[in-house]
Design a binder for this molecule. Sequence first.
Ligand SMILES: Cc1cc2nc3c(=O)[nH]c(=O)nc-3n(C[C@H](O)[C@H](O)[C@H](O)COP(=O)(O)O)c2cc1C
Ligand code: SF4
Ligand code: SF4
Ligand code: SF4
Ligand code: FES
Length: 597
Amino acid sequence: MDFYRAHVLICGGTGCTSSKSDQIEEKMKQKIEEAGLDKEVMVVRTGCFGLCEAGPIVVVYPEGAFYSHVGLEDVDEIVQEHLLKGRIVKHLLYKGAKEEDIIKSVNEVNFYKKQTRIALKNCGVINPEDINEYIAVDGYMALGKVLTEMTPTEIIDVIKESGLRGRGGGGFPTGLKWNFCAQAQGDQKYVICNADEGDPGAFMDRSILEGDPHCVIEAMAIAGYAIGADQGFIYVRAEYPIAVQRLEIAINQAREKGLLGKNIFSSDFNFDIEIRLGAGAFVCGEETALIASIEGERGMSRNKPPYPANKGLWGKPTLINNVETYANITKIINKGPKWFRSIGTEKSPGTKVFALGGKINNTGLVEIPMGTTLREVIFDIGGGIPNGKKFKAVQTGGPSGGCITADYLDTPIDYDSLTALGSMMGSGGMIVMDEDNCMVDIARFFLDFTVEESCGKCTPCRIGTKRMLEILEKITSGKGELKDIEKLEKLAANIKTSALCGLGQTAPNPVLSTLHYFRDEYEAHVIDKKCPAGNCKALLAYNIQEDICKGCTLCAKNCPVGAISGEAKKPHSIDQDKCIKCGACMEKCPFNAIKLG
Ligand SMILES: Cc1cc2nc3c(=O)[nH]c(=O)nc-3n(C[C@H](O)[C@H](O)[C@H](O)COP(=O)(O)O)c2cc1C
Ligand code: SF4
Ligand code: SF4
Ligand code: SF4
Ligand code: FES
């Protein structure tokens, strides 16, 4: 085995790859070779480090120097200064959103201080394309342990004791589900990994698959042994090419090493995994629709029961878990259920990975112990709201969730607290909003998504959500009436109780939660015909500030409908009845005399 005095870790997640981290890696290797350091310095392409907004990220060990926004032009300096002369390149080090100009190593970065990494343990640490690196960090130990030391019932008991709950949205106890599958009668059983991840803004599962595919493969094999299945399927969306490619590499490497296939660890246990690509329909994340899709049918949900545990893929008992759920399994087997329970809260043990986005300084992936407050996530880890703006709300749970206001920032994050606030954990999208976000428009955005994604099988979802969307569009365009708010509420209640699957049943949630916390905004749109956040264009007017206008006539010349009048060198004015709100005048005015309000 070769020993290296330094390791250069380059992020190979989708975010950093899209900003050329693959070319940075190539150049890094070339420059290291030119400097004669290739026997001393190893370059490793890892999965996502989490702080995607600061990418491309390069971390150099043993110092742990955390370089952010690295460009191709910076590579030579890192090689010459840091790797050759041992001098950290200070100007490339990550500067936290809060503490400007402080030099940071990876352990000092605020972003990581309050995080606990279980599911993401190996992401950004190992090369996901090399099974030996996974084995070096205890990989396949848990599989070896269960096959040689434990019975299926003992495994299920450990998972039950850990209190792990499904990370795919519903939070169903994982051990209980495994137990149902183990007890179900069937000559053939299956294990499925749900990697559909259709929530807008979510990329937790993708990052785990890109950064640590073996941890999911190993956990699926453990699940197969526990329930009596010999075949697994990973259902992953085709828009995740890096994840798919790394999964293929990992499955092949595991097969070559005898960790998948026949007689694993010389036992009589056989297990193999195949990948199935999804076309990116949100409903295909719903377990029964996903199963239909693997069977080659159109991805549509069906009534439950029967649950997949009894009648799943091709009518056989099937265990279906989320990527992040699987990513916790190997650690629970290795470290024990007590250790897992020591993290998080009593009813929601462990951690949860969130994709933090929207109006927040540190966008990216964070993994926090359950029970961490929303305030800690948004302000300590996320670095707060950019441009000195005020926090307004945070949306959790994607299209199935809702918005939470500043009054509840100290709520601990766990399944039950978020549901009590009218939102939900969901799979882990967390979108932060500031004072410029209109909450009616946010509800419209999510409903627009569900209308597009409805599979159309049942009437309440197919037609009901469309009617709700039409009402929201009427309100944001200034044509709403008070009775529309009532209609929204009635429709929402009906759809929630009558839709066939979780998509329709939760589709009204963003509308209901914004109506609950921000009813005054709805009323301002309907009664005063105003958008308090200044977001809904149809409710805003372009006005010329007389004291600033120099009468240069540029705006009038550029108005496509002749709505602007005035004499040269005198203040101009806009005829609001004629104005079509195209914004051309504001763009052209050299004196910033035109304001939207
Ligand atoms: C519309 C809809 C979309 C869903 N999308 C996903 C998804 O992308 N990934 C996922 O793991 N679960 C998704 N679920 C939940 C799954 O149906 C299922 O509960 C989950 O995969 C079970 O795994 P868990 O117990 O490990 O959470 C979705 C549910 C609904 C109703
Ligand atoms: S609720 Fe919507 S997505 Fe679910 S079955 Fe009905 S139409 Fe399809
Ligand atoms: S917004 Fe467009 S239509 Fe309205 S006054 Fe300006 S240029 Fe004319
Ligand atoms: S372009 Fe600006 S300064 Fe010139 S007339 Fe129009 S509003 Fe006045
Ligand atoms: S993709 Fe590089 S830090 Fe997330």
